[in-house]
Design a protein around this ligand. Structure first.
Ligand SMILES: CC(C)(COP(=O)(O)OP(=O)(O)OC[C@H]1O[C@@H](n2cnc3c(N)ncnc32)[C@H](O)[C@@H]1OP(=O)(O)O)[C@@H](O)C(=O)NCCC(=O)NCCS
Length: 182
């Protein structure tokens, strides 16, 4: 049985991201983030989603151990409130704005709270910045689990909730503006 790793025990330089492929698929079998739906997505749905071009999944390795994954898709989000004036200078408003969506994201339960999720968000941020140079993409968004620790994780990573009244819902749409620096 693997033991839980703390932040000081994880050398971030040993993290490696690989796109899900036939070469690394075998590593997904043992993955356990503590959430059945997210485990199941990786083991059963990630390949058909990728083949169907619905979502591309990336695996995060620590040495030879799979310790996390995330999947990305294109999306469009409706921005409400003050932020919706982002096009004000052009005197144009759009109903929706282009985004990259983190469809799924999970860290192995033995590696949680060691900074790996934050590292992955930084990688996704870099991906969005590069992509936005060739295809319009202003936001990163996620349907975050409506749990205080998950919301706190995304808020710590500069995501905002799209609306404030979310008590009853299972997930909360959160977004981060890639032009807003910390
Ligand atoms: C949520 C998740 C992706 C965060 O990744 P992570 O690598 O653990 O997060 P980081 O170490 O980068 O950041 C930790 C911060 O997130 C929040 N957090 C994460 N897990 C937490 C927990 N179990 N309890 C309380 N806060 C938690 C805290 O703000 C924490 O900061 P702190 O340790 O200084 O208090 C990861 O814990 C996970 O996969 N959880 C299970 C699956 C899940 O809920 N996925 C999200 C679906 S939207």
């Amino acid at each position: 049985m693997r033991e839980h790793k703390s932040a000081t025990e994880v050398n971030m330089r040993q993290l490696r991201i690989e796109k899900l492929s036939e070469n690394n698929l075998r590593f997904t079998k043992e993955f356990d983030c503590g959430d059945c739906d997210l485990n199941e997505f990786l083991k059963e749905d990630a390949v058909p989603y990728q083949k169907g071009k619905i979502a591309v999944t990336y695996l995060c390795f620590y040495g030879e151990v799979l310790i996390g994954y995330y999947s990305l898709s294109n999306d469009a989000i409706e921005i409400k409130g003050k932020a919706k004036n982002i096009m004000e200078k052009l005197k144009k408003r759009q109903k929706t704005y282009p985004a990259i969506k983190i469809g799924r994201m999970a860290i192995d339960k033995n590696f949680s709270r060691a900074g790996i999720g934050t590292k992955i968000i930084n990688v996704v941020f870099g991906t969005a910045l590069i992509q936005s140079d060739s295809i319009g993409c202003r936001y990163i968004c996620v349907d975050a689990y409506n749990k205080p620790e998950v919301i706190a994780f995304y808020e710590n990573n500069n995501f905002k909730k799209i609306k404030s009244k979310i008590r009853e819902e299972k997930t909360v749409l959160m977004y981060r503006d890639i032009l807003e620096r910390n």
